[in-house]
Design a protein. Structure first.
Lengths: 225, 75
């Protein structure tokens, strides 16, 4: 399975993401710069975390208007899997590839800690290594992770199984509506999440709960029999 | 252009400012909403075109219409 990592000025989690993808898939991802208008054939495109364009205007707003995003949209429309983590999630939302918006944390503080995530939908290309309702550990590090959608859209997201992860056991770090930590698009090939699974993939990280997301997306685990 | 959060969208920064105004002793302060102002200089004298361009700028970049409203004023 081939993957690509998108690089934009101000992103700083790209190296962690490249390391995680290399370790889990056995091959290094291709890196794609923001001005590129064509993306090589890959099965998974990842937009990592950081502070693209210094979070100017709104987090992810400028990055979402860069040429590479049009190329990613075209790939996603053809079914290629796209994962956005943290700033990557904010960029996907700003690009209109995922519903809703990510607002300033309700505490107004940057949060950097470990939370618990409930796998709400385990029948996705990104979560089939987990079981429905499974609670996993995952680090978060963000200032604007407070997910918002209007109530009508929220119920349609829930009805369609688009809410993939929720903060569990009272660990919601940002005031996110309905404890939402990760959502996917209607067709299920684009996932955005605030927590950083790439930082919990091996013993040296203190656990490997985040590994299943990449293993699922990269087809390292067999599809559910 | 001014961009503000829609009604019904929680504005934690506005809330914090509201609290701070209260603690400075300003009585009678109701709801505070924080927003953004953009001053944009445009070439040309066609007001209708300017307004249409500014509206498109708000829709495409300056406001996130999921959570924000915008208002345009031309001088």
């Amino acid at each position: 399975m081939k993957s690509a990592v998108v690089q934009l000025p101000g992103l700083n989690r790209d190296r962690d993401m490249i390391a995680a993808l290399t370790k889990i898939s056995g091959r290094a991802p291709i890196t794609v710069w923001q001005t590129e208008t064509e993306i090589p054939d890959v099965d998974l495109i990842v937009i990592p975390g950081g502070f693209s364009y210094g979070d100017y205007l709104r987090c992810g707003a400028i990055a979402a208007r860069m040429p590479v995003m049009q190329a990613i949209k075209e790939k996603a429309d053809r079914g290629v899997k796209v994962l956005g983590v943290c700033n990557g999630f904010q960029i996907l939302v700003e690009a209109g590839m995922l519903p809703g918006a990510l607002m300033r944390n309700s505490s107004l503080k940057f949060v950097c800690k470990e939370v618990k995530l409930e796998v709400v939908n385990a029948e996705t290309d990104f979560t089939r290594a987990y079981e429905k309702g499974q609670v996993i550990r995952c680090p978060v590090a963000h200032h604007d992770g407070n997910y918002f959608v209007d109530s009508k859209l929220l119920s349609s997201l829930e009805d369609n199984g688009q809410v993939v992860f929720r903060y569990a056991e009272g660990t919601n770090p940002n005031g996110s509506l309905s404890d939402i930590a990760g959502v996917m698009n209607r067709s299920g090939n684009v996932l955005g999440m605030m927590p950083h699974p790439e930082n919990l993939i091996e013993a040296a990280h203190g656990g490997s709960d985040g590994r299943g997301i990449f293993a699922s997306a990269l087809d390292v685990v067999a599809a559910t029999a | 252009m001014t961009v503000t959060l829609k009604n019904g969208v929680l504005d934690p920064q506005g809330k914090a400012i509201e609290g701070a105004l209260g603690s400075l002793g300003f009585a009678g302060v109701g709801h505070v909403r924080q927003g953004k102002v953009f001053d944009i200089e445009l070439d040309g004298a066609d007001k209708a075109k300017a307004e249409a361009d500014l509206k498109a700028m708000c829709e495409k970049l300056l406001a996130n219409t999921v959570i924000e409203n915008y208002a345009i004023s031309l001088d």
